[in-house]
Design a protein around this ligand. Structure first.
Ligand SMILES: [Zn+2]
Length: 176
């Protein structure tokens, strides 16, 4: 049986004139496979253009917005919790010093002064160490290597001073 041009018409979903429609119907009555094609064609087409239920996009957007708000709120609470715990931790860490200062300001000042004395003596010791190095090293090293070593020592010394300075500014774990 010759299925053309009816099969092509059905597959292309061709717009038919009345003569073509009559020929097609005549063929479909005789041909089971083209009849089946004519049956499934509209079903497939309708499946293709299934549209979401009305208001679907709106509901989806609303849900997305609600989710965003929830997430933002959660983040805000997290930030607040972090801030509060940080403030609490800070208060807890400085409380001993504040209490010591309130109960005995003079002792607190003495403690603070001892930190600065420690800082100065450390600097002095470091200076002596440097001068000893400066006296010793030139005898062993050529001038070029001596420059390299000196700059390295100066850099390390700077780091050391900075770390001591930070330690003196944030005294921790020392009983007054
Ligand atoms: Zn056919």
């Amino acid at each position: 049986m010759n299925h053309q041009p009816f099969e092509a018409w059905l597959l292309e979903d061709k717009v038919l004139n009345s003569a073509e429609k009559r020929d097609l119907n005549a063929h479909l009555r005789e041909c089971k496979s083209c009849a089946a094609l004519a049956e499934t064609g509209p079903a497939l087409r309708s499946a293709r253009v299934v549209s979401p239920a009305p208001g679907f996009a709106m509901r989806f957007q609303n849900r997305l917005a609600a989710q965003k708000v929830t997430e933002r709120r959660r983040r805000l609470w997290g930030l607040l919790a972090l801030l509060f715990s940080g403030a609490g931790l800070f208060a807890w860490s400085i409380a001993p010093y504040a209490l010591t200062f309130a109960s005995n300001p003079i002792e607190w000042l003495i403690t603070a002064a001892s930190y600065f004395l420690f800082l100065f003596s450390s600097l002095q010791a470091f200076g002596e160490f440097l001068s000893v190095l400066a006296r010793m090293l030139p005898a062993f090293l050529p001038p070029y290597a001596w420059m390299v070593v000196l700059s390295a020592v100066l850099g390390m010394g700077l780091l050391w001073v900075v770390s001591i300075w930070r330690f003196a500014r944030n005294p921790q774990g020392v009983t007054a």
